[in-house]
Design a binder for this molecule. Structure first.
Ligand code: AMP
Length: 222
């Protein structure tokens, strides 16, 4: 399966796509996680994107499109992937269509998670992230077993620079203005599945699982 997962910042996209990866053995290709690791490692790519990511702005399309082509052609994604964080603009979506054509990939579905703005802001402010493995926690709803330590890899948790109040506003605004228009693009291809993102982790995952089972059974979109 090749899936795209679209959601506003703070809706639980990273957490839910990690659950899909676990249950469906579908590798998660999270552009945000990979870029944060590049920043942490101080690579040339990391250094060039940090200025945008740290303040919640989008990385320019040209950089992202080349980056994505380099990623999806990796061996580990040869049998499918769940794309978390790309595309984020209409231009990226159209470029992705071209990449799928070029490599003869079929897009199975686009999942969209809906959560209202007030809830997003509350969730992001209480989020803690592991910069080592990308795992994400919530102080109240999904706390780590040991205070401030990642359950998965044992690293210290931090608050993402772009989870500051100012960056959160920028990210939500960019999502509404630049990312929402791509929904129409995939609607016209009949690939969209809309999912209510409000509820417990398990409730939301249950809704996603139902959609994925449907796609698996039918080999096509609803
Ligand atoms: P995320 O972890 O998905 O919230 O992504 C974190 C940040 O990485 C975003 O706020 C952007 O600054 C940057 N980023 C990730 N994916 C993209 C993309 N497809 N286009 C532009 N910027 C991106």
């Amino acid at each position: 399966m090749r899936l795209i997962f679209i959601a506003p910042p703070g809706a639980g996209k990273g957490t839910q796509s990690a659950l899909i990866t676990e249950n469906y053995h579908l590798p998660q290709l999270s552009t945000g996680n990979i870029l944060r690791a590049e920043i942490k490692a101080g690579t040339p790519l990391g250094n060039s994107v940090a200025q945008y990511i740290n303040v919640g702005e989008f990385v320019p399309d040209e950089i992202m499109i080349q980056f994505l082509e380099d990623q999806i052609t990796k061996e580990k994604y040869a049998n499918g992937f769940i794309l978390d964080g790309f595309p984020r603009t209409l231009y990226q979506a159209i470029s992705l269509d071209r990449l799928f054509l070029k490599y003869n990939f079929k897009l199975d579905a686009v999942l969209i998670l809906y959560v209202q703005k007030s809830e997003l802001i509350a969730r992001l402010a209480a989020r803690r992230t592991c910069l080592n493995c990308g795992a994400s926690y919530h102080l109240e709803y999904k706390p780590p077993k040991v205070f401030n330590i990642c359950d998965v890899c044992g690293s210290t948790l931090t608050q993402r620079k772009d989870d500051s109040e100012e960056s959160i506003k920028t990210r939500i605004r960019n999502y509404n203005n630049l990312t929402m228009p791509i929904i129409e693009h995939y609607d016209s291809m009949n690939l969209i599945h809309r999912i209510d993102g409000v509820g417990t982790l398990d409730q939301v995952y249950g809704r996603i699982d139902k959609v994925l089972k449907y796609i698996d059974r039918n080999g096509l979109s609803q």
